[in-house]
Design a binder for this molecule. Structure first.
Ligand code: ATP
Length: 372
């Protein structure tokens, strides 16, 4: 089979700092493209809270259609605090995309970069290299748009949001986490481990989740498996994050813990993610639209650039085109070198460098091939 040389990417910059960090990712992709000999056709599409204000639609059909036919989706950030639906919740089409394309595995890697300060004052924290796999299509987020409201409008007496844990939904995300741990073990010199995070001591749904996790573990005998309650894990992730490898958890727990994990690496601007399904992949920084810093050039584009690198890795594995996996490695290594040189410190770390300076430094490293 001929190896595919060019790729269609649906690009959804969104709101707030989304377009700012997306411009950085595009510049880096253009630099990588010429090094690895592939072409990315970037198809910019509108969606988000501002688009909702402008047109009444947060996620137009034309955008969905472009995402459907693209090889991958690259996403900035969406939602603005002052733009809300009738029920008081924010306009966040990223959730609709996850459900629509069945992007069940929310893959959120966190690692520390030499040269950047980190909040934990323990030398072992410099070796943090962990991944949280967040179930993306059910859990407590299943309740979105389905709340059971008792009482008349304006006189509500109670509102129930129900958590859904299905056998199929849990099995597939746990299986994804084990396969990811197997792949990581092949490239890192340490044994594979998956830690399940639940609240099986309280909720029947979570006890069910744990049984499915344990049954899945039996099918992956080379990976060690253990479980912890989510409250204990909030503590452990702060006290000894370097001891973990891959973690898997329910949607809402994953939402909360992934922000905590971003903190371990220095902030939201260091936290990339991929929302992966069997047919589609969407790649976005784990951060939101950061309205407090939008329009100032202060956003750290690292999470967005690392998300684009995850996209190349995923496309490479799917297409069999190893140039893409080479490109992903090139991007990651360039970021590593930029920070290790201690010439660049983003505003997020108390430094003087904005989005443009960080991006320019990464591109220079890629262009120089100076990634040894
Ligand atoms: P959401 O709910 O949409 O995920 P959030 O409420 O978690 O969003 P963020 O938009 O992620 O909030 O912002 C949280 C904090 O992190 C803010 O202080 C913001 O300025 C900061 N932040 C987020 N992304 C970046 C970035 N790329 N660079 C620098 N600071 C960032």
């Amino acid at each position: 089979m001929p190896i595919k040389p060019d790729f269609d990417i649906a690009v959804l910059p969104g709101d707030g700092i989304g377009p700012e960090v997306m411009a950085c990712a595009e510049s880096v992709l253009r630099a990588v493209e010429s090094c690895i000999g592939v072409r990315f056709h970037l198809d910019y599409q509108r969606a988000g809270a501002q688009h909702y204000l402008d047109t009444g639609s947060a996620l137009p059909d034309s955008t969905l259609a472009a995402c459907e036919k693209a090889d991958a989706i690259l996403f900035g950030a969406m939602g603005l605090p002052h733009v809300r639906g009738k029920d008081g919740t924010e306009i966040i089409p990223q959730l609709d995309l996850r459900f629509h394309f069945d992007l069940y595995a929310g893959v959120r890697p966190i690692r520390t970069f030499p040269g950047l300060p980190i909040p934990l004052n323990d030398p072992r924290a410099s070796g943090i290299d962990i991944v949280l796999v967040r179930e993306n299509t059910e859990g407590l987020f299943h309740a979105r748009g389905r709340a059971e409201i008792h009482g008349a409008p304006g006189h509500e007496t109670e509102v129930l949001d129900t958590m859904k844990i299905s056998r199929q939904g849990t099995e597939r995300v746990c299986d994804y986490a084990f396969r990811l741990a197997e792949r990581r073990a092949a490239t890192r010199r340490r044994p594979a481990r998956v830690t399940n995070i639940d609240k099986a001591n309280v909720f029947t749904s979570m006890a069910f989740w744990r049984r499915i996790f344990e049954a899945t573990a039996c099918r992956h005998p080379t990976v060690s498996a253990d479980s912890a309650y989510v409250d204990a894990m909030a503590l452990n992730l702060l006290m000894k994050p370097w001891t973990y490898d891959v973690m898997v958890t329910e949607n809402m727990f994953g939402d909360i813990l992934s922000d905590l994990m971003a903190g371990l690496a220095g902030g939201m601007g260091m936290a990339p993610s991929g929302d992966i399904g069997d047919r589609h992949g969407l790649f976005q920084p784990a951060h939101g639209t950061a309205p407090d810093i939008m329009g100032q050039g202060r956003a750290n584009p690292t999470a967005m650039i690392l998300s684009a690198a995850m996209m190349l890795q995923w496309l490479g594995e799917r297409s069999g085109n190893t140039r893409l996996t080479d490109g992903a490695a090139l991007m990651e290594k360039a970021i590593e070198t930029v920070f290790a040189d201690c010439q660049i410190r983003p505003f997020e770390f108390g430094g003087p460098h904005g989005s443009v300076e960080v991006t320019r430094a990464v591109i220079n490293k890629i262009g120089a091939g100076d990634n040894s």
